[in-house]
Design a binder for this molecule. Structure first.
Ligand code: PEP
Ligand code: MG
Length: 559
């Protein structure tokens, strides 16, 4: 038995023969060309062909794995015709008189090296993309077809590092899992594997030898362990885990369409947290009731400049229409602290978590807020929208934010642009001030959503980013749980609903507590919806409610 350790980036256990991916390498010839115009035309024809192929791949990926997977190939299309990239190839052909294949190879190497040298892991991973795009253009120039899987049975695929287009071109019905020598967590192979639900392990280096090919291998995507020719004990242990996962998935599948209701009939809404309209298919696939938190700042983080009203409108409209009338709560811009954006040009702060962030930026720079609110209200005509403001501390902030909403609605009315009259306006409860003022704040809004990630940080004065503070950052702290109860009571006294959209919502050890204090909605990641539904449906809240509430307020509950 040989055991190899890598990094699991997509969960699940798979067993099958190891297959080493053979990439069809085209040998690149280098020579000097006389007719540089003809060579440039050869390049342009190959580039057009590559862009067409990428368009087809984008469609295939969209069908198999949704919009996010398709976006990879659309990005590749853009890379293939990137002006700087094209100019570098043109210089190599026209000035150095290089043949097109060599010009593309050299340019790819230059660009890949530039990406690899960047500090940001995301950009480092883009080195593989530029090589991939260039290989495609070279294939179009040489006519050499790229590699595939030549095996009659499904396999565990081993490769140095699969490129996104290689991953999507593979016949998935013959792949049980991926193991790659290199790769990164934010690399596209990992992203695609997760979206497609195939176990994947990256970073095993040179531990997988070519001579292992054809031998039985078991991979565990949650631990990153790869076992070749497992002994009886390891084999039966991993197979048992695989069987349990399969049963669990089947069991959870049966929960689709079932209510989130305790045995004694108390129900709670289970919604999802998303960062982009591309996450909506996963929300629907997991049968969530709606979106409880759309972190709109990801739209801003993905842009090089302030996203325009139209750009934002399209994104919000897409999320709302794709949700087919189910509620979508979109949080207004929440940057600052851990989420910095260069083009906002925010002055450096001594204490950014307590600085100019979230709603404070929106109120200090009303033009940014105004653009976002216009986009949001315009999108409200296409579904059931809720808008919520992050990092609230005072009633006046909410009043000012609502005033801006009114101004936007008046403008849209004057311009004859349709919007919904039923947009719910809520706030996030993330600060001790908002907790203590929740009786008063509840009179200003339609709902509360508790951001327990920040609420824990601010209640306990404990930086959520600082890994060294591990045991001090405790969201189970009675101060946090009592705060949630107080917020819940104040919300209900004023006839509004209250949810939790921080990570605590998915903590199954607290589901009974949330039910006991009367939380109305939990918003969690899409893959957590069904396990949470299972937990709710197993609970009889009447039996435990009184004790939970007593414990919460008891003198003994000090931690
Ligand atoms: C939170 O603070 O709990 C929250 C949901 O917001 P974020 O994690 O985006 O700050
Ligand atoms: Mg927060």
């Amino acid at each position: 038995m040989i055991s190899v350790q890598g990094k699991g980036v997509s969960g699940g256990v798979a067993i099958g023969p190891l297959y080493c991916y053979q990439r069809a390498k085209s040998t690149i010839r280098r020579y000097e060309v006389e007719d540089v115009d003809a060579e440039w035309d050869r390049f342009k024809a190959a580039q057009t062909k590559a862009i067409e192929q990428l368009g087809e791949l984008a469609e295939k990926a969209r069908e198999e794995a949704g919009d996010e997977a398709a976006l990879l190939f659309e990005t590749h299309q853009m890379m293939a015709e990137d002006m700087e990239y094209e100019e570098a190839i043109q210089t190599a052909i026209r000035d150095k008189k290089l043949n097109a294949e060599a010009a593309v190879t050299d340019t790819a190497a230059q660009f890949a090296a530039r990406f690899a040298a960047m500090e940001d892991a995301y950009f480092q991973a883009r080195a593989a993309d530029v090589k991939d795009v260039s290989d495609r253009i070279i294939s179009a120039l040489t006519g050499v077809v790229r590699g595939g899987i030549d095996s009659p049975v499904p396999v565990i695929l081993a490769a140095d590092d699969l490129s996104p287009s290689e991953t999507v071109q593979l016949d998935k019905s013959r792949i049980l899992g991926f193991v790659t020598e290199g790769g990164s967590d934010s690399g596209h192979t990992a992203i695609l594997a997760r979206t497609m639900g195939i176990p994947a392990i990256i970073g095993v280096g040179d531990q997988l030898k070519p001579e292992y090919e054809g031998r039985e291998v078991i991979i565990d995507g949650s631990t990153g362990n790869v076992v070749i020719d497992a002994d009886e004990d390891a084999r039966s242990c991993l197979l048992r885990k695989m069987e349990e996962q399969k049963k669990m998935r089947e069991l959870l599948e049966q929960l689709k369409g079932q209510p989130n209701e305790t045995k004694d009939g108390q129900s709670i809404r289970v919604y999802c947290n998303i960062g982009s309209p591309d996450d909506v298919p996963a929300v629907l696939a997991n049968d969530a009731g709606g979106v409880g938190l759309f972190r709109s700042e990801f739209l801003y983080l993905n842009c090089d400049d302030y996203p325009t009203e139209d750009y934002q409108f399209e994104a919000y409209k897409k999320a709302l229409s794709d949700m087919g009338g189910k509620e979508v709560v979109i949080r207004t811009l929440d940057i600052g602290a851990d989420k910095q954006i260069g083009y906002f040009d925010l002055p450096k702060e001594e204490n950014p978590a307590m600085g100019n962030r979230a709603l404070r930026i929106c109120l200090n720079r009303p033009e940014i807020f105004h653009t976002q609110l216009r986009a949001l209200f315009r999108a409200s005509a296409f579904g059931k929208l809720g808008i919520m403001f992050p990092m609230v501390t005072s009633v006046w902030e909410v009043k000012e934010a609502r005033k801006m909403c009114e101004r936007v609605k008046e403008e849209l009315t004057k311009e004859g642009i349709p919007f919904s009259d039923h947009v719910e306006i809520g706030i996030m409860i993330e600060t001790p001030a908002a907790v203590l003022m929740s009786d008063r704040l509840a009179k200003e809004v339609d709902f509360f959503s508790c951001g327990t990630n920040d609420l824990t940080q601010y209640m306990l004065a404990c930086d959520r980013q600082n890994a060294d503070l591990g045991r001090f950052y405790n969201p189970h702290h009675p101060a946090v749980l009592r705060a949630l109860k107080m917020v819940c009571d104040n919300a209900h006294r004023n006839g509004i609903w209250v949810g939790i959209c921080g990570e605590l919502g998915v903590d199954l050890s607290l589901t009974e507590t949330f039910l006991a204090i009367g939380i109305d909605e939990l918003s969690v990641s899409p893959h957590s919806v069904l396990p949470l539904r299972q937990k709710i449906r197993e609970t009889t809240i009447f039996d435990v409610k009184q004790k939970i509430l007593e414990d919460l307020l008891s003198d003994e509950n000090t931690i």
